[in-house]
Design a protein around this ligand. Sequence first.
Ligand code: PAF
Length: 284
Amino acid sequence: MIDTITGLPDLRARIAAWKRDGLRVGFVPTMGNLHAGHHSLVSLARSRADRVVVSIFVNPTQFGPSEDYARYPRTPEADVRGLQEAGCDLLWQPTADTMYPLGIERAVQLRVPGISDVLEGAHRRGHFDGVCTVVAKLFSQVQPDVAAFGRKDYQQLEVIRHMVSDLSFPIELLAGQTLREDDGLAMSSRNQYLSTDERSVAPELYRTLQRMRDACVAGNAMHEVESAARSRLEAAGFVVDYAVVRTSGLEVAEPATEGPRVALAAARLGPTRLIDNLEFDLGA
Ligand code: PAF
């Protein structure tokens, strides 16, 4: 049975004992409702560490007032079974009091300027401040040597890279590939909100990103690529927040320049908001 720890003194004692034995600690922060994408992050962390800690904490401060915090799927028994098979050594399940001992109103907040305000940040005000704050707290609790995050949350990964670099956290960041269903839909805990009809439309998000990549590689102007993507998604039934192409650092890409690019989209099907991205290279 996988070890589950819910109190900070026990967590600290366990991590200290591992470190005394010279073991490298890997970490995968999650909000639970784990699927194959999370399990692949456990394997990734394991490839660079001797012990792997997974945290499960549904973090209230990264949800907006009209978002799905209350109904975010919580599946503790299935999560434990999956983590056991995935090779996790320790499950860290802090309480809200451990994460926010002074209460949310009085909690220290972290903010990465600039990149937190565009795309996801523009549509989910304060989201990345909540993410940074909780991830910094988790890093300080777990003290990992390496930490794995999924590329599906591309912007989150960039924000966390910025935070780790600026605050000099001695942590190596690993980026896990996005895992997809057979029809291309990126795995996500939120997919289960989709009705049968919405689920059949959802893979159009990834197909649109592939079209965006192909159109960029073929030399089409960026604004045409983006507006065609929006129209395509709307025709399929999505309400589109954004469908854009950016540099790998999420800056607006200059036309006709080479280098790594990422197509990113966020769109709603009914009440469910999906995000996805596709990285590619614009060669000579
Ligand atoms: O990606 C997530 O599941 C969350 O944003 C994270 C990193 C666990 C912080 O709550």
